[in-house]
Design a protein around this ligand. Structure first.
Ligand SMILES: Cc1cc2nc3c(=O)[nH]c(=O)nc-3n(C[C@H](O)[C@H](O)[C@H](O)COP(=O)(O)OP(=O)(O)OC[C@H]3O[C@@H](n4cnc5c(N)ncnc54)[C@H](O)[C@@H]3O)c2cc1C
Length: 360
């Protein structure tokens, strides 16, 4: 039996790939499905610019996402909220320099975009400010509803024969031969073949882990969720500007994001942070303060060292694997990462795309 620790996007997407390959999998989740960063992510799918190994994974993932979303909906019966309306990139006068630099980099990389006049952008999104200075349409940006993706994956895991146990926290790991012994908060002990840590910020609380398991640090992200259904023209595109983003959901909600607060771990953001998000959004969407605030959400992006993904196996405890440091791109990269990590866990083969970042 393989135990996957953590029912966020990293754990559930991996568990499903393992189940599809006929392996007995149990997911242990200390809280509930998507209770970590995965439950509060804006979850847009937009590869960053550049040619690093991470960018290669992201671009391949973008190609796989439409089929991945369709497959998940088919096997789970749950909509994952896959949206293809694209992104409207917007600049105010002060941001023009950065805006044109970004578009030049896109042009150099043959990334598709269409430069729009401010009037054309307003025709697409009538609620945005009349004061915008420039706009571009990025047709290939997508987004999903993260919680629904996780719920769909959880259903898919169960229907492929896997188990998900919520409210069960791994507290300690002991290497016994030939198995691994796990202790959990409910007092049970499990003898298992392999453990994959997909615990986001949680691995530090498990005792007995080898020292070569990477230690994550937190970058808090806070979003406001508002109800935009009362607007005459609710937003339909993902709107990005140099101070944040506005991402519409199918249910009339609008996500107003986001913060990047290194080493901040409180999930109760203060009024200053909420005000910061309103102030960033108001020059783009003047009616933002009139929209009913549904809730404020906060989550911890986990990063190790340089912030790049850490996929691998402990050198000293080779039955322990990890999928950590998903940073701000856990959804974007999931189709590739889960597929290649499943192969590594089962057969020890490094994937062509994630191989550079696979240790052990
Ligand atoms: C505000 C915000 C916006 C974001 N926007 C995007 C975006 O637009 N696109 C994108 O791709 N990504 C985005 N992200 C990043 C994305 O959310 C993360 O990369 C992703 O959710 C990480 O998934 P994970 O499964 O590694 O971690 P988590 O979702 O944190 O899951 C870890 C799970 O492990 C469980 N756990 C911890 N310890 C234990 C234990 N000892 N035993 C059992 N279970 C345990 C936790 O309860 C938790 O459920 C955003 C993040 C934030 C915070």
């Amino acid at each position: 039996m393989i135990v996957v620790a953590g029912a966020g996007i990293a754990g559930l997407s991996l568990a499903y790939e393992l189940c599809r390959r006929g392996v007995a999998v149990v997911v242990l989740e200390s809280d509930t499905i998507a209770s970590g960063a995965s439950g509060v992510a804006t979850s847009y799918l937009e590869p960053r610019l550049g040619h690093t190994a991470m960018r290669v994974i992201e671009r391949e993932s973008m190609l796989r996402w439409p089929g991945y979303a369709e497959h998940l909906e088919e096997v789970s019966g749950i909509s994952v909220g896959f949206c293809r309306e694209g992104q409207l990139k917007i600049a105010l006068q002060d941001d023009l320099k950065k805006f044109h630099k970004d578009l030049k980099a896109r042009a150099d990389q043959n990334e598709a975009f269409e430069l729009l006049t401010p009037q054309a952008a307003q025709a697409l999104e009538p609620e945005i400010s009349k004061n915008i200075a420039a706009a571009a349409f990025l047709p290939n940006v997508r987004w999903v509803t993260g919680k629904q993706v996780c719920q769909a994956l959880a259903n898919a895991v169960k229907s492929a024969g896997g188990q998900i146990r919520q409210g069960v926290s791994i507290t300690a790991v002991e290497q016994t031969n030939p198995q691994l012994a796990l202790s959990t908060n409910d007092g049970s002990m499990l003898d298992i073949e392999k453990l994959v840590l997909c615990t986001g910020m949680g691995a530090g609380a498990i005792s007995g882990l080898p020292v070569d398991i990477p230690q994550s640090r937190a970058v808090r992200g806070v979003n406001l969720i508002v109800d935009q259904s009362g607007l005459a023209n609710p937003l339909t595109h993902l709107i990005k500007h140099h101070r944040g983003h506005l991402c519409p959901r199918e249910n009339g909600q609008l996500i107003v994001g986001t913060t990047y607060e290194a080493d901040e771990t409180s999930l109760q953001p203060g009024p200053d942070i909420i005000e910061f998000l309103y102030q960033n959004a108001a020059p783009i969407l003047p009616k933002i303060r009139d929209l009913p605030l549904i809730k404020v959400t906060a989550g911890l992006r986990s990063k190790v060292g340089d912030g790049n993904l850490r996929l691998g196996r402990s050198q000293t405890a080779p039955k322990i694997y990890y999928s950590l440091s998903h940073g701000g791109a856990g959804y974007l990269r999931a189709p590739v990462v889960a597929d290649e990590l499943a192969e590594f866990v089962l057969h020890g083969t490094r994937g062509a795309l994630t191989g550079h970042h696979t240790h052990g």
